[in-house]
Design a protein around this ligand. Structure first.
Ligand code: DON
Length: 337
């Protein structure tokens, strides 16, 4: 953050606060959220487009390395379910770790929160997403947003073979009202062929009795990461959790205030991995990133945001995506704090 950067307060009260010896943050009048338009989004997108040159497309899964680093998209679903898109709106990418919020919802719906969190923690993340963290000490994953916790969460969804994955896919299709969503088989094969760290975590958890099934369960995790969608789909997912699990078109079949609180709290404390603390300070919104370059954001009780740009920072979060969200949050005073 630059020394002269502005932080906009929701109420537009003009006050100045000392953050540290070097950083003064000024509050300034913010724009009305109902004035968000495609033009607003486009201006922010163009301002941040060049960030892709400072990051790197993930290539630890070889298929992901084939993404076009220049692709960029920005979407918002407003309070009334109206959709605003700009950039490469039809560009598909894999949701990767963003799928972890959907598998968490499916597992908790099925087994209850106590059952799932008896086996893992609610801890925030201070380590990269693929860190073994507490597996060798307390024996339990830190949270369901890191790989270990997400692999375990998916293994707790009932059904043989790929049934648990199909439940996750169905939920993504429901939330986005997009039945054309599929998983990318080449990305899946690539994840399966190279996901040795994930396989290591799977077997440590099997060794400790947390996981009882076979590698089909790990394959379900690889498949959920390979689900392909657009920035608009991500904005709809963000909207869903922002609005008590009510879909953007008003369908309330899964309405559940407590589920939304659980998922949003995980997004806030662990959704951006070891960057989550700084992200909470700068953006202040429940968000979940994926190494495919997407980020979904929930503005509680209000809107959903979806961004895409595959060039990542050192934490595995989309660099231009982060800056687009940051600018929108500042301009409209969206931080929950
Ligand atoms: O397990 C993996 O390595 C990936 N399939 C998902 C990781 C991911 O998206 C981390 N997010 N930023």
């Amino acid at each position: 953050m630059k020394n002269n950067s502005f932080l906009f307060s929701a109420k537009g009260i003009c006050t100045a606060a000392f953050l540290s010896l070097n950083t003064i943050v000024y509050a300034q009048k913010t724009a009305d959220i109902s004035t968000i338009s495609e033009k607003t989004l486009n201006t922010i997108l163009e301002k941040n487009r060049a960030y892709y040159t400072q990051g790197k497309v993930a290539d630890y899964i070889p298929e992901l390395g084939k993404m076009d680093a220049k692709a960029i998209a920005f979407s918002v679903v407003d309070k009334n379910g109206k959709i605003f898109n700009t950039g490469d709106v039809s560009k598909k990418f894999t949701m990767q770790s963003i799928s972890k919020i959907i598998s968490l919802m499916v597992a908790v719906n099925e087994k209850g929160e106590a059952h799932i969190f008896d086996k893992m923690g609610y801890f925030g993340s201070d380590k990269p997403f693929n860190h073994f963290s507490n597996l060798e000490t307390t024996g339990k994953p830190l949270n369901p947003m890191m790989n270990a916790g997400a692999i375990l969460t998916t293994s707790l969804i009932s059904g043989d073979g790929e049934k648990p994955f199909l439940k996750i896919l169905d939920m993504v299709r429901y939330i986005t009202k997009n039945q054309t969503i599929e998983y990318n088989k080449s990305v899946y094969e690539s994840e399966k062929a190279t996901g040795h760290r994930n396989r290591g975590m799977f077997y440590i958890m099997k060794n400790s009795g947390l996981i009882s099934g076979n590698e089909d369960q790990l394959d379900n995790y690889f498949k959920q990461c390979s689900i392909e969608l657009t920035a608009e789909d991500l904005a709809k997912i963000g909207y869903f959790f922002a609005n008590q699990c009510v879909r953007f078109d008003g369908d309330a079949a899964y309405k559940n205030t407590d589920m939304a609180k659980l998922v949003e709290s995980q997004m806030l404390t662990a959704g951006m991995y070891e960057f989550s603390g700084e992200y909470s300070r700068t953006v202040g919104l429940p968000s979940k990133s994926g190494v495919g370059g997407g980020i979904t954001v929930s503005v509680p009780g209000k809107i959903g945001i979806g961004v895409f740009s595959p060039s990542l920072d050192q934490h595995g979060n989309s660099l231009a995506g982060y800056h687009m969200i940051l600018d929108l949050a500042k301009q409209y005073g969206l931080s929950i704090f």
